[in-house]
Design a protein around this ligand. Sequence first.
Ligand SMILES: NC(=O)c1ccc[n+]([C@@H]2O[C@H](COP(=O)([O-])OP(=O)(O)OC[C@H]3O[C@@H](n4cnc5c(N)ncnc54)[C@H](O)[C@@H]3O)[C@@H](O)[C@H]2O)c1
Length: 368
Amino acid sequence: MNAKGVVVKAGHSAYPVYFDRFRRRLQPLLKGSNSVVVVSNPTVFALHGPAFIDEMLDNRRYAIEPILMGDGERFKSQRTVNRLYDHLLELHVNRHDAIIALGGGVVGDTAGFVAATYKRGIHFIQVPTTLLAMVDSSIGGKVGINHARGKNLVGAFYQPQAVLVNPDYLATLGQREMVEGTAEILKACFLSDRDYLRTAADLPLIYEKKDQRRFAEIIGRSIRFKARIVARDPYDSGLRQILNFGHTFGHAIEKVEGFRRYHHGEAVLAGMAAALYLSSAMKLLSKRDRNEGLRFLAQFVSHLKPLSRQADHYLAPMAVDKKRTGETVICVMLEGFGKPVVRAVRSRKQLLESIKFMIEFVDKKGAL
Ligand SMILES: NC(=O)c1ccc[n+]([C@@H]2O[C@H](COP(=O)([O-])OP(=O)(O)OC[C@H]3O[C@@H](n4cnc5c(N)ncnc54)[C@H](O)[C@@H]3O)[C@@H](O)[C@H]2O)c1
């Protein structure tokens, strides 16, 4: 376990990510609070809420107020935000009080948006409980909700005071969610280094206490990587774009397959196969490296559902992808492990070939 933690620097703020001694870390952060609001959902709260409150919080110092929102992407909404504002106002929560998000990315993004906007911003602490939230959504300060017209269309940059990462929460997480989180870890590996990729590809999809160290180590590395990028581009105005490796194809998969059939992390996993193929088709990446990368993806891809076989169906949504400018599709590709490049792709043929390859790769469960 990495006892030192990580410091995430973003713009004018810096905040710690802790991997241990959570109770001791939390108390100073909650010192001035009369109320501590724990935002969670019924699934996470039933599994971990009471233990979190008993072990991490102190009801002699402040009132502890759990508020549950619905479980699922559709609850990352203005309606939920309004309900949360109503609760906070009823509880007379003020700017010295704190919101703790206990849950995955949906809870973290929504509670973070409420924390950013309620009374112009109140203290906010993230306690991510999914692998994806630990390595990705709780880091970097993007908070927000969905709109009827699309995902994450309303939001803010709002850094938490701290993030507490306890891999033990992963013991209750489903395999599908473990695959999704692993996809984001693999993405960070592709963008940073090959050795790290080898370690990540060995991660089990079922968490057991004995694996705590391994998970803490790889989660820590992923967070450090994202923190480095966020520090250089806190408001997502350039470099942070590389974190979209696999995402241009991934977003198209989510749209074609539907958000329920294909979750975000699953779509990114398949999307990275397409991005590797395209990188080598565009002569940026050697075939050898491409195949090595694909082999790392294979065992995780074997858990995915088959994709629709109509390659051009995926191309249409890519054309309206927010990363598209003019007549080109902007893709993050690799020139090698740890060497991402962002390129405008104009060749419809190369895009279609990459999509066809991805469909086959998923269909053959990652066999080359
Ligand atoms: N803010 C960012 O920078 C950023 C980055 C990536 C993704 N996101 C957002 O994150 C969201 C996805 O997050 P997610 O993948 O964590 O999904 P999620 O929050 O929906 O969680 C997935 C499922 O796992 C359950 N769950 C959570 N922790 C659990 C645990 N320990 N044991 C058992 N079940 C548990 C949840 O109740 C839910 O049903 C999306 O809305 C996406 O837009 C945000």
